[in-house]
Design a protein around this ligand. Structure first.
Ligand SMILES: Cc1cc2nc3c(=O)[nH]c(=O)nc-3n(C[C@H](O)[C@H](O)[C@H](O)COP(=O)(O)OP(=O)(O)OC[C@H]3O[C@@H](n4cnc5c(N)ncnc54)[C@H](O)[C@@H]3O)c2cc1C
Length: 315
């Protein structure tokens, strides 16, 4: 029985989270001596992109009714096609709302935010993030099947090319409940949840007019920009950049926090970043306790100097 994976696309285009989920499914399939079947809804990208990470079958769902996202309708579509007992999702906003509905439909266990390849397949046991990233736990699935969501940037994207084949399935899942009221698009060039490097700033920046230097640093590093909650609440930055317990949870390789105090609610969304650099003029700022590297000083002097230095190194 194949390992199934939901290969999420955004407006038809696959993003890193889909490749990471396929890589994770391939790791399970290798442990089980099995193959991977990917399911995607109305993709425009080529299935070759999924073969590269180990999906040997790709089921492309064609359904006009699924042009607008609805967790229930998408769960219904995946439920009709995924007849294996292991189904992998990326832990994106959309996919992590499909997964629990599918778990109910199939009466499978659900383990969210997994961080590593499973410790065992029978019973299925795996390490996952708990308490908004403040802790870890080893979760064990019960019953006949398991649905997993893979924490973004945790397992990583791993190439494992296979010869693949594609199947097109025409469905017409009922999706009358969905009405699109507004659609907020991320303002940044890079998707915050997928970014390897994030430059984030808080109230210490004093006002929106000072964000140019934050963006300059982000641009030179090829980073996405983020902010603390009050900064987006006041309207200095868009809500799409808010990270933390009530914002986006991210785990980039490098998180640079400028003028952010490090409140527990902020840390909840960023503390699984691989390396944290904190720039703050208060040596007692709580964020320093979670930092790998800290700079005590005025952001208005440090950011331009850092940007110039990186520019010089990059030649
Ligand atoms: C239920 C709940 C949920 C919440 N969810 C979130 C969440 O998801 N995300 C989030 O971020 N917050 C969240 N908060 C708010 C959180 O508690 C903090 O209030 C918030 O994170 C503080 O934002 P800040 O660090 O930007 O501002 P401040 O706490 O005002 O800190 C500003 C920092 O900038 C430093 N600074 C000032 N000037 C300079 C300078 N020139 N150079 C360098 N550093 C300087 C200061 O020393 C200070 O440490 C939540 C709160 C609650 C109650």
């Amino acid at each position: 029985m194949a390992v199934f994976v939901y290969a999420e696309n955004i407006n038809g285009v696959y993003k890193k989270a889909a490749f990471e989920a396929v890589s994770y499914a391939k790791a399970i399939a290798d442990q089980a001596g099995d193959t991977v079947t990917a399911i995607s809804v109305n993709p425009t990208d080529s299935s070759d992109l999924l073969y590269k990470y180990g999906a040997s079958n790709v089921i492309n769902v064609k359904d006009e009714g699924l042009k607008n996202f609805s967790a229930k309708a998408f769960a219904q579509a995946v439920s009709e096609l995924a007849d294996g007992n292991t189904i992998v999702f990326p832990h994106t906003t959309d996919a992590s709302s499909i997964a629990p509905m599918l778990a109910v439909m199939k009466n499978y266990s659900l383990i969210t935010n997994v961080l590593e390849a499973p410790e065992s397949l029978s019973p299925f046991q795996v390490k996952r993030k708990a308490f908004s990233g403040k802790g870890f736990m080893h979760a064990k699935a019960e019953g006949s099947g398991v649905i997993i969501t893979v924490s973004q940037n945790a397992f990583g994207v791993k190439e494992s090319a296979v010869a693949g084949s594609e199947e097109v399935k025409n469905l017409s899942v009922a999706n009358e409940d969905t009405k699109v009221i507004s659609h907020e698009q991320s303002s940044g060039k890079l998707d915050l949840k997928e970014a390897e490097v994030v430059v984030s700033a808080g109230r210490g920046m004093k006002g929106p007019e000072n964000w140019g230097m934050v963006e300059d640093l982000a641009n030179i590093l090829g980073a996405a920009t983020a902010c603390s909650k009050p900064v987006s609440d006041i309207g200095w930055r868009p809500h799409t950049e808010h990270v933390g317990q009530t914002g986006k949870a991210i785990s980039p390789n490098l998180y640079i926090a400028i003028g952010i105090s490090g409140a527990i609610q902020h840390l909840a969304g960023v503390n699984s970043s691989k390396t944290i650099v904190v720039i703050n003029n208060d040596a007692e700022a709580p964020f320093f306790k979670s930092a790998d590297y800290g700079v005590v000083g005025d952001a208005f002097q440090i950011i331009p100097a850092l940007t110039e230095k990186i520019k010089a190194i990059k030649g």
